[in-house]
Design a protein around this ligand. Structure first.
Ligand SMILES: Nc1nc2c(ncn2[C@@H]2O[C@H](COP(=O)(O)OP(=O)(O)OP(=O)(O)O)[C@@H](O)[C@H]2O)c(=O)[nH]1
Length: 244
């Protein structure tokens, strides 16, 4: 950590990374750790339903010392653990902050099975929502709380645009229109200048947060959705949510 980023009085910036399955959340976290680990003291919490696969991926990439990467196995709908009852995650974040104090940034990766899952502001101070071009150019137009109101919307894998017939410029424009001027970042790990822009956004967010100038926003509740389970049962959490 450089003196410029030293924050004696504030706890770590808790930054959530959400988005549908496979859009590149773990890759975004790996890139941030690789590029920012000499500037900031970083910890990572991953969320999976039954496994610690994302944590194992990040450990195998060697992006941080292994003990700075911890998995929360939610055992249930992963969006519940980042939005409705954040206890497991909050404890994991607080343990991490205590064990490695002082940390500058804790990155929390959502399990992400749904386009509309977002973090509660009780868990994170700011959140990045990740889409990718391989999911289709029209996804950005569909809106929803993460696309519309996350602090940053990343459109990932722009290197794949031509292979999946997606007009990346149009997709970014659609996303900007859905966000009333909030930032949209086209990203590809194969284009270092885009990775640097992502790092700059995080640096700026940390600076604003450390100066007390960042107010966490709640992107809003997720939309009603279905899980492809065969059973049918009530959920113990309040958002509208049914299993078929
Ligand atoms: N071409 C290309 N592939 C990428 C890029 N970023 C990630 N990927 C690939 O996309 C796939 C999914 O990436 P992950 O980082 O595992 O995505 P995720 O959102 O964490 O996935 P889940 O945790 O399963 O939801 C992997 O095969 C990555 O190698 C990129 O910028 N360009």
């Amino acid at each position: 950590m450089t003196d410029e980023h030293k924050t004696e009085e504030t706890r770590a910036l808790r930054l959530g990374i959400a988005g549908p399955v496979g859009t590149g959340k773990s890759s975004v976290i790996a890139a941030l750790c690789r590029h920012l680990r000499d500037e900031f003291a970083i910890g990572v919490i991953t969320n999976d339903i039954y496994t610690d696969e994302d944590a194992r991926f990040l450990k195998s990439e060697g992006v941080l010392p292994e003990e700075r990467i911890r998995a929360v196995e939610t055992g249930a709908c992963p969006h519940t653990a980042i939005r409705d009852d954040v206890t497991m995650n909050l404890m994991a974040v607080e343990d991490m902050e205590r064990d490695f104090a002082p940390l500058d940034i804790v990155l929390v990766e959502s399990g992400g099975d749904n386009l509309t899952a977002t973090f509660s502001p009780a868990l994170v101070d700011a959140q990045i929502f990740v889409l990718d071009v391989a999911g289709g150019g029209d996804v950005a137009r569909k809106g929803g709380p993460g696309i519309g109101r996350a602090d940053l919307l990343v459109i990932n894998k722009i290197d794949l645009g031509e292979h999946v017939d997606v007009d990346v410029v149009q997709m970014v424009t659609d996303a900007e229109n859905a966000r009333d001027g909030a930032p949209v970042l086209p990203l590809s790990r194969k284009r270092p200048e885009t990775v640097e822009k992502l790092c700059d956004w995080v640096r700026q967010m940390h600076k604003t947060y450390a100066a007390g100038g960042h107010i966490p926003i709640d992107p809003g509740p997720m939309a009603p959705h279905h899980h492809p389970h065969a059973d049918s049962h009530e959920h113990g959490h309040p958002h509208s949510h049914s299993h078929d």
